[in-house]
Design a protein around this ligand. Structure first.
Ligand code: G3I
Ligand code: 9MR
Length: 553
């Protein structure tokens, strides 16, 4: 009997823009060549694979097939040696549907509303989590309210696979979506994805973000300006439908991180929504300033889940989003507040030269969000802009170093929880550097990161539900798991490979391969690799919209 071919091709399964750099990856290649053919078998390119390299993160032997020179829109087939041929899509609208679906993900995860069939199709569902009765968890000193006090905290999006709502994670998410809009205004104003607000005079993306901003606003204590860290049940709910998840909801202690993230986002919102809704813009700014004042008074309230239950409230075991330090939150909030108000009090907290290292954005590292706002705002002084630009370029150049060192031309070289969002956040930094310098290498590297999450990775999955040929079907997402529909809700990015928590969720033996870049399993228990989250989809929206916008100019 014939030995099975071991060569495999992994490729961006969604498609390429005509101008994109177009590498595919051949694993265990058994020839030196590749061809691109039309659907009817006509050869349009015959090329050589790059030299074979060992990809340590995956344990694979890899070669690249670069077919960038094929620029004519169409459907093609890529072949190399004995590998099964793969489909290639080249289209001037390669990412338009992806942008729409990844943004509509947020609609599907709205709390406090029914999803009606005309917008949600088969994923329609009744209203759940009204959150008009959120019990103030009274363990924290900052909650000077009588036990049993309630506030109303409706709206917002479910954070991830769970049904809770967390301010810290909402901060980076809403900022990224607003920034995606600012960078790609024409594209994102022109796209609509059938949500209840479609057709009003506000772009869908801003209508969607508003849903979460309204929840965030309800999380501020109007008496002192502090912001409750999260709106949560005591424990994660079971894998039940939203309307069946009815455990008591709390707001926990206030925290400095949540309050500063809130301040940053509300200041940003006051700028972004000024033309659409001046009244909202004004009150968002007032709330931002009040939050800042609380943070100045409470500069180090680090949130920890209450471990013991007591008369004042239960132990809480849901997502902690516990920042260990809040220097970056202060920097970010000061920046957004300064640019929204022009007020010097905030400028004093924007010490770029003294700051230290700026990192790729993630929920516990938000300083670079401030940097990006600085370099793109027309309100910053030239001096401040120059300092910010230098830091941003430095960070982008570190990504380029990783990209150039990578045997598969990606910026990612460490795989932690939510690794798919890391490569996209690296892309966001690269795109900002491209905007600053016009250097297209940055854009190429960002586009390569998009290729990665869409299939040119070690696992061969396109990590966005409903896109490509092979995508996760069993995401750790309670609404998708409980809806009796085989297809998960579309447009959701899975967290991605992460070798650090396999034992804890499904057990190591459930993961076929433990190499960092391979540590992924499409099984429902795998919350450490196969969950979805609002802060992971946001850079997908940002990068896909930006690449669609800039590479098709
Ligand atoms: O901060 C340390 C760093 O100092 C250290 O070097 C590094 C080594 O691994 O770990 C860092 O901490 C990690 C932390 O994220 C910050 O990056 C933890 O190991 C890691 O376990 C932690 O993972 C978070 C996970 O919750 C567990 O807390 C993810 O970032 C976060 O996305 C995820 O978020 C969950 C929510 O809690 C609940 N809702 C679902 C959501 C998505 O899974
Ligand atoms: O479903 C929860 C997911 O959203 C979190 O990211 C994850 C880590 O905090 O926890 C999941 O909940 C699991 C819990 O931690 C342990 N018991 C099983 C729960 C569902 O798989």
């Amino acid at each position: 009997s014939e030995a099975a071919a071991s060569a495999v091709i992994h490729i961006n399964q969604v498609g390429f823009l005509p101008e994109s750099t177009k590498p595919a990856m051949v694993i265990d290649a058994d020839g030196d060549d590749f061809t691109i053919e039309t659907a009817s078998g006509q050869e349009v390119l015959s090329g050589k694979l790059s030299d074979e390299k060992e990809w340590e993160d995956s344990g694979q032997r890899v070669r690249l097939a670069d077919f960038s020179s094929v620029r004519e829109a169409g459907n093609y087939i890529l072949k190399s040696g004995s590998a099964a041929p793969v489909d290639v899509v080249i289209s001037p609208d390669a990412y338009t549907e992806l942008v729409k679906a990844s943004a509509k993900y947020y609609y599907f995860n709205r709390a406090s509303t029914s999803l009606d069939e005309q917008f949600a199709g088969p994923y329609q569902r009744p209203a759940a989590h009204p959150d008009t009765l959120s019990y103030i968890h009274a363990t924290a000193a900052s909650n000077e309210k009588p036990a049993g006090s309630v506030i109303s905290t409706p709206y917002g999006w479910y954070d991830a696979g769970d049904y809770n709502k967390y301010i810290v994670n909402s901060g980076i998410t809403t900022w990224t979506l607003m920034q995606a809009f600012l960078r790609n205004k024409a594209l994102l104003s022109g796209l609509t994805w059938n949500i209840p607000e479609s057709g009003n005079d506000v772009p869908d993306i801003l209508d969607e973000v508003r849903w979460n901003l309204e929840w965030m606003r309800s999380m501020q204590d109007p008496d002192d300006g502090g912001v409750y860290h999260k709106n949560t049940t005591a424990n994660f709910e079971g894998f039940v439908k939203p309307e069946e998840a009815q455990s008591k909801r709390y707001v926990t202690a206030k925290s400095t991180a949540a309050t500063l993230d809130f301040a940053a986002v509300m200041a940003k919102a006051s700028v972004v929504y000024a033309d659409y809704d001046p009244e909202f813009s004004n009150s968002a700014l007032l709330q931002a300033e009040k939050a800042w004042e609380w943070a100045i008074q409470h500069p180090n309230e680090i949130f920890k889940n209450p471990k013991e239950s007591g008369p004042d409230g239960p132990a809480v075991n849901t997502g902690e989003y516990g920042n260990v330090q809040v220097k970056d939150e202060f920097f970010w909030a000061a920046t957004e507040l300064y640019l929204a108000t022009g007020d010097q009090t905030y400028a004093d907290s924007i010490q770029i030269e003294e700051y230290g290292d700026f990192g790729v954005p993630a929920w516990p590292n938000v300083e670079t969000l401030g940097l990006i706002t600085l370099v793109t705002s027309d309100k910053a002084s030239d001096e401040l802009k120059a300092l910010a630009s230098a830091q941003l370029q430095k960070l982008a150049d570190q990504q380029m170093d990783a990209y150039n060192a990578s045997p598969v031309h990606i910026t990612l070289n460490s795989y932690r929880w939510g690794s798919n969002s890391d490569i996209l956040n690296q892309g966001m930094v690269l795109i900002a550097a491209y905007d600053l310098t016009g250097n297209e290498e940055y854009l190429t590297a960002a586009s390569s990161g998009l290729d990665y999450v869409l299939g040119r990775n070690a696992t061969g999955y396109c990590f966005v539900t409903g896109f490509g040929n092979v995508y996760p079907m069993n995401v750790h997402h309670r609404p998708s798991a409980s809806d009796d529909i085989a297809e998960p809700i579309p447009g959701m990015l899975a967290g991605g490979p992460n070798p650090n928590n396999m034992e804890q969720d499904c057990g190591k033996d459930q993961y076929p391969d433990h190499h960092p870049a391979m540590a992924f399993a499409d099984i429902e228990c795998s919350y450490s690799t196969n969950e979805v989250a609002i802060n992971w989809n946001a850079p997908l929206v940002y990068v896909s919209a930006s690449i669609q916008n800039s590479l098709s100019e």
